[in-house]
Write a protein that binds this ligand. Sequence first.
Ligand code: 6PG
Length: 472
Amino acid sequence: AQIGVTGLAVMGRNLARNFARNGFTVAVHNRSFARTQSLLAEHGDEGVFVASESLAGFVASLERPRKVVVMVKAGAATDAVIDELVPLLEPGDIVVDAGNAHFPDTVRREDALRARGLHFVGSGVSGGEEGALLGPSIMPGGTRESYESLGPILEKISAKVDGVACCTYVGPDGAGHFVKMVHNGIEYADMQLIAEAYDLLKQGLGATAGEIGQIFARWNTGDLESFLIEITAEVLQHVDAATGSAFVDIVADQAEQKGTGRWTVQNGLDLGVPITGIAEATFARALSGGVAQRDAARGTLVADVAPWALEDREGFVEDVRLALYASKVVAYSQGFDQIAAASAQFGWDIDRGAMARIWRGGCIIRARFLNRITEAYERDADLPLLLADEYFTAAVGAGVGAWRRIVAGAALHGVPTPAFSSSLAYYDGVRAERLPAALIQAQRDFFGAHTYRRTDRDGSFHTQWSGDRTEQ
Ligand code: 6PG
């Protein structure tokens, strides 16, 4: 077999089928053989599968250098499979972890396997079950050498946009999983922004879920066109069969997470990169799940809000659209800053334009405007701030008035919009001529002699706050 997949739960199974459907002979293995058998029974006619009951048999069925895709739950299960696999492999073989691993784990595993002459490829794979089967976005890390033989296979099974594969070499060791982590962080921000837009339309217009779904469907024909807007339109128009109510109205309002958003925020703090959109989105999920706190606050905390009496309903819808677009650009701009910071810190040399290119199709955040991001990094590969690219400066600039009206309106009418609001605050912060950070530096010097720099000359200074207030 040319490639093997071990771990045949939904994602692994669909990846294996995708390889087979693209003409590769695929070795398949699963801890319980019954699952392997069911894959063959149900989909054996889609291509050539080589099934093995034992891991040793699976490894033996692969051509050299062996390429083994591990598709098991991130964490201890991945380590267990790798530990079992490694003694069966030979130098030059390639192990691909296609799960949502935390990138420091990938760095550690790559190091351990390299010491044994093996290539370890931590690869982000996005697109859910359907993407795995029909063409995901693939973000492989590891050595360039491993990409030479593995890359063409992964590119073949990936999504294509304008004939271009949504897969490219990302960078050494943990780079692939890092980029996937940031993809998921942006996914959280995107979803939260869409949810806030829905809430604004619901509370502002008093519209039904179905009506709002139609607005999203319309938005999906313009600049906002994306997978998440498309599915939002579908979800909002879906009716619950049991009650006849709008489906979204019967779903419990507590958002969960598996942890990739949290990792993104933790890393943003470590690198000192303000990924406020992603952070607010992650905390908003936490707030929604804080049942005790919400019970204590609901009906207790004073609202003091006026009812939202809109004069221009169409104008309001357009304002929400513009505010959503602007906030979305902020979330991406911040996410790409995070990638740049990690790339510099870990020496990964990640091409941000290429990342935008492979996110255009297959993945959860696939969107029309990713073309614009690629173009921005093509204009300037070292762009310090995506928002400052000429296209985005103009596109966001055209909606700033709407953005301010929406954030102000949300505050006045008591609609929680943490991601819209913090994105606007970031925008105003980053473009400010002068920030009150000067006062913070002065305070730090006052109570801790932490020193400050001056605007008029170089050096580090301290004022004798408790003495005669002279400067040193
Ligand atoms: C993808 C998704 C995928 C998964 C997330 C959901 O790119 O295909 O991001 O990785 O759906 O893990 O994350 P939460 O459960 O944390 O929302």
